[in-house]
Ligand binder design. Structure first.
Ligand SMILES: Nc1ncnc2c1ncn2[C@@H]1O[C@H](COP(=O)(O)OP(=O)(O)O)[C@@H](O)[C@H]1O
Ligand SMILES: [Mg+2]
Length: 237
């Protein structure tokens, strides 16, 4: 197993946000974690990337326990993320934003930059534009591209579809599929269950800090209870 989250409890002060969350992501998979606003999705992602600490439980990655490893070392170990809200540096160009993803590593970047620009031709056209002046969808591309520049073994994506028009959502999800096809494992956090389940291999459902269901994604797409709770408005086919 590439990433193993075991029975984690996470608190904000006295408030417990995660209650015994366990999930696994195997090499080569796209796994989606879906849940409503406030369910604890971002908290889960931030705990995996080391921004928040555990009260109990453990996280292992690539065969070692990383529960106490600081965040910047987790990036070097191969955990890359495009955070909620994208976190694009507004005063830096697209190109500089991408380079920020690679600040912690040495060696040739040209090949990786070329690959990001190939995945996102839009970014190649706009490499000298300031991040802050890009549209929401373009900023999402910058965030994903910057995460790819860390050379992740697993890419954590926090609601990449948030606030985007349906056509752009489809485009971003196609690119996520392509990134996975090229060999990067993906943990995709989404409220947009319908689209996420269509590209994922497996899925977990998070409700008020607890995993309430896990199954192959195709199974959840056809599950009446999941349809009623999560796919209502999103089911257009
Ligand atoms: N910085 C914080 N301080 C206190 N409570 C927080 C903080 N961030 C999140 N929470 C609470 O933790 C719970 C989970 O939030 P979050 O992980 O952001 O959910 P999601 O990403 O699924 O919308 C919510 O009840 C939220 O109010
Ligand atoms: Mg969130």
């Amino acid at each position: 197993m590439l990433l193993e989250v075991k029975d984690i409890n996470v608190h904000y002060g006295k408030i417990q946000a995660l209650h015994g969350v366990s999930l696994e992501v195997d090499q080569g998979e796209i796994v989606t974690l879906i849940g409503a606003n406030g369910a604890g999705k971002t908290t889960t992602l931030r705990t995996i990337s080391g921004i928040r600490s555990l009260s109990s439980g453990s996280i292992s990655f690539d065969g070692r326990d990383i529960s106490k490893v600081p965040g910047h070392k987790r990036v070097i170990a191969g955990i890359g993320q495009a955070p909620e809200g994208r976190g694009v540096f507004p005063g830096m160009t697209v190109h500089e934003n991408l380079l920020m993803g690679a600040y912690a590593r040495k060696g040739e970047l040209d090949k990786d930059l070329a690959e990001v620009y190939e995945l996102f031709p839009r970014l190649a056209e706009r490499r000298t534009q300031l991040g802050g002046t890009m549209s929401g969808g373009e900023q999402q591309m910058v965030a994903i591209g910057r995460a790819l520049m860390t050379k992740p073994k697993v890419l954590l994506l926090d609601e990449p579809s948030m606030g985007l028009a349906p056509m752009l959502v489809a485009q971003i999800f196609e690119i996520v599929k392509e990134i996975n096809r090229r060999g990067t494992t993906v943990l995709l956090i989404e409220q947009n269950a319908s689209q996420a389940l269509q590209i994922a291999h497996r899925a977990y459902i998070l409700e008020t800090g607890r995993i309430v269901k896990s199954a192959p994604a195709s199974e959840l797409l056809n599950d009446p209870a999941v349809q009623a709770a999560y796919l209502g408005a999103g089911l257009e086919h």
